[in-house]
Design a binder for this molecule. Structure first.
Ligand code: SF4
Ligand code: SF4
Length: 86
């Protein structure tokens, strides 16, 4: 089962408990405001970015490889895994 639109594994996220977050796919907007990746993916009615014809787009790549907030492409790889399982 997928846990997010962008490939983040929400069950491993320290903020899930700290911020009482229901996880990406169960919430309307994240606690910090809005997420462009989530908004884009849901607008296209996709389960996750891995299912997108534009995957991995500039927005997702920028997000995943961001020096401060990124994870060196791990979430992009996770999207591929979820896609292979679907
Ligand atoms: S960053 Fe956006 S798409 Fe990724 S898990 Fe958080 S809300 Fe979902
Ligand atoms: S891969 Fe990019 S264009 Fe496709 S749904 Fe995700 S954010 Fe949107």
């Amino acid at each position: 089962m997928i846990e997010s639109r962008c490939g983040i594994v929400c069950s491993d996220c320290e903020y899930k408990e700290k911020m009482n977050c229901g996880g990406c796919i169960s919430i309307e907007n994240p606690f910090w405001g809005t997420c462009d990746v989530k908004a884009c993916c849901e607008k296209k009615n996709l389960d996750n970015c891995g299912m997108c014809g534009d995957f991995p787009c500039d927005l997702l790549n920028k997000f995943s490889y961001d020096e401060q907030e990124g994870d060196d492409g791990m979430r992009v790889e996770q999207c591929k895994k979820w896609c292979d399982l679907a």
